[in-house]
Design a protein around this ligand. Structure first.
Ligand code: WT7
Length: 651
């Protein structure tokens, strides 16, 4: 994040108080009334006893098959929650609802980009999940097996995830915008036995042929025995007989009932890959019961979910936001969710506002990037629609700049909605720092750690600091906490637990103010935040270097008015190669093919050398300062200080 933005955040002094009649009817206020807690300060104080809190809230939120013997086993940094309990998240998400009036309540409203609509009641989802779960079993998928899912925003994606969870298989969803090669790496890392994908989907009026992309990945994915293909667009697809099977054929005569596997509360539910500081993405592991509790509680309290609500988390299910807040938490709470297939600005920049009006959406949860995009189109598009059903708004993925916050508050919320700026990560599973609906808001601050969560800001010596930038840390375990990195316990320890003894390092630079409000300022490590998505600098660098003509590459982030950060790369070509415009395009496409469009560099500069330490480490920080026209500091220890000049003059 740019220093300019940080200074804006530092100056932000406005406070927005929630309206009293709104406060009175919120879930959290009612909970406080019931438990004789008078105000927010008392709530935070009381819940410092986090074991007491999680114990209590677990009784209200989730149902075990058999009770736990111990709330938590905390063998730093390895955690187990609800030790000894039998549990399956699908019980809370579906099974319990079909025994109540919610059986016929709509779980998902799906709107396709071309305008087709499908609605699924809880019972519909339940039956579809059962049929697919039985079919997976028929293909030989067993408890603990991994299933790779490469699907766009279709209701069949949550159905596929839940079908895996139901039988104790572990899903590993890969964002449909990622490339074949990114998909291949991920299914190979987790050794998926089965892949679930679809023929194609709609994006900006055009079809994306996903099965073709999946097939490229599958050429070198020896663990995959079968591929289940859901038919969305109805176009012909490449087919491998014996391996590929149509979803509709497979489930055609599958039984409508399927027993939900009674798992250990700590059995893994899914892996989700995320970028780190080295080239290889990390397979973050999440487990059933703790994750269920953490996601459900945070959605219920933060977004104040009521039975009449129409909830719209406009993220993609392929990221953690969608896993937690489109699939699991809303289902556990028995909520109605909107799933929209396509682009936000197709056919016009008011598609989202049209959807809100059409379905009476009550909460919208999105990213600062999207808000800035709509800001650019202008409020005229918003004003064409009646958005008066909205009662709460949310933001996630990156720091929200106060300008975007104010626009969101004014034009989308009509100065009538709390804005929930939720800080969390793939690793945390659920919101960690976020306002409650009763919290006075400061634009640009995620406010305070939620009840049950302990966060702080430490300097490099491990001392808590106030009113100064430092390391965001989490000081007690939480239910949705990651259970490690798949096949890489050392990396888990090293990445999160090595800097401060027994303390989780989030990797974000943060400041805490006098009111204990947290101001997240951006990543501290070499990870870019592009449109609210994490992309490792080194991942883009490896993609560039995998092109035969590239010798070396360095990637940095530059502040970008829409995307938060843009990807800028400096490339050294192999001997004799000529830098040309075509080559620039080719390299951009190459990264797109390796990783997906989201990772394509916005700028590619050709240089003959990159600044390095004597041990050969590329100095991204120096490159970044030079590229942004800032002071590069002492470069006398570099092995080639002259390379810094070249960055400034790069073409
Ligand atoms: C990183 C996690 C959690 C879902 C989306 C991204 C940044 C996330 C906020 C926020 C400032 C935020 C952080 C974090 N981030 N939410 N409200 N304010 N920064 O998940 O890909 O795991 O990325 O996103 O830098 O560490 P992710």
């Amino acid at each position: 994040m740019s220093e300019e933005n940080i200074s804006v955040l530092l100056e932000e002094k406005r406070v927005f108080k929630p309206k009293e009649d709104f406060v009175r009817q919120t879930n959290v206020q009612k909970w406080m009334d019931k438990n004789n807690i008078k105000n927010l300060d008392e709530l935070y104080k009381k819940t410092e006893d986090w074991k007491w809190f999680w114990e209590k809230i677990s009784k209200e939120m989730i149902e075990f098959y058999s009770p736990y013997k111990k709330l938590i086993e905390w063998d730093v940094p390895w955690v187990k929650w609800f030790v000894g309990a039998k549990y399956n998240i699908v019980h809370d998400a579906l099974d319990k609802h079909v025994k109540t009036w919610r059986k016929n309540k709509v779980a998902f409203i799906f709107e396709g980009e071309p305008g087709d609509v499908r609605k699924f009641t809880y019972n519909d989802v339940y039956i579809e999940v059962n049929k697919l779960a039985n079919s997976l079993k028929k293909l030989g998928v067993k408890k603990g097996d991994r299933v790779g899912i490469y699907m766009p925003m279709l209701p069949e994606l949550p159905i596929a995830m839940l079908a895996c969870a139901k039988i104790g298989a572990i899903h590993s969803v890969v964002f449909s915008g990622f490339s074949s090669l990114a998909f291949r790496d991920r299914i190979n890392d987790c050794e998926a036995k089965v892949v679930i994908t679809c023929d194609g989907f709609w994006r900006r009026g055009k079809k994306v042929y996903l099965k073709e992309q999946a097939d490229v990945a599958l050429e070198k994915a020896p663990s995959v025995k079968n591929v289940i293909v859901y038919k969305r667009t109805g176009d012909g697809v490449p087919w491998t007989a014996g391996r590929d099977v149509w979803w509709h054929d497979l489930i055609f005569d599958a039984p409508k009932q399927c027993k939900t596997e009674e798992l250990d509360a700590n059995d893994p539910l899914f892996f989700l890959y995320t970028s780190g500081t080295t080239g290889k993405p990390k397979g973050i592991i999440h487990a059933h019961a703790g994750y269920a509790l953490g996601t459900a509680y945070t959605l219920d309290w933060t977004f104040d979910i009521k039975d009449e609500d129409i909830w719209w988390c406009a993220a993609d299910i392929g990221w953690i936001t969608g896993h937690s807040y489109i699939v699991y938490a809303p289902l556990i709470l028995g909520t109605t969710s909107v799933i929209y297939e396509g682009a936000p600005n197709f056919p016009g920049p008011d598609r989202w506002w049209e959807i809100i009006e059409k379905y009476n959406v009550t909460s919208l949860y999105t990213s600062p990037t999207s808000i800035r995009l709509f800001m650019k189109y202008g409020e005229e598009w918003v004003k064409k629609h009646d958005l008066s059903t909205l009662r709460i708004l949310g933001s996630v993925g990156e720091p929200i700049n106060p300008e975007a916050w104010m626009w969101y508050y004014k034009y989308i919320g009509n100065e009538n909605c709390q804005i929930m700026d939720t800080w969390w990560q793939t690793e945390t599973g659920h919101f960690m720092i976020s306002p409650l609906p009763i919290t006075p808001l400061k634009p640009g601050s995620a406010t305070r750690p939620l009840p049950g969560i302990s966060a702080d800001v430490y300097n490099d010596k491990g001392e808590p600091v106030i009113n100064a930038g430092g390391n965001l840390v989490l000081t007690t375990p939480w239910p949705g906490m990651l259970r490690g990195i798949y096949k890489n316990p050392d990396r888990y320890v090293e990445t999160y637990w090595n800097k401060f003894e027994g303390i989780y390092l989030a990797g974000d630079v943060t400041r805490k103010d006098d009111d204990n409000y947290f101001w997240i300022q951006g990543r501290a490590d070499d990870v870019l935040n592009v449109s609210g998505h994490r992309i490792g600098n080194s991942e883009v660098e490896s993609a560039l270097v995998s092109h035969p003509i590239v010798a070396e590459a360095a990637v940095i982030g530059k502040p970008h008015s829409l995307k938060g950060e843009s990807i800028t790369s400096y490339v050294v070509l192999k001997g004799g190669a000529n830098p040309t415009e075509e080559l620039r395009k080719e390299l951009r496409e190459h990264v797109g093919n390796e990783m997906g469009k989201i990772a394509r560099p916005d700028e590619i500069w050709f240089v003959t050398d990159l600044p390095k330490t004597r041990s050969g480490k590329i100095m991204r920080r120096v490159i970044r300062s030079k590229a942004l026209g800032k002071n590069v500091g002492d470069i006398s220890t570099l092995s080639n200080p002259e390379a810094v000049e070249e960055i400034g003059n790069a073409k």
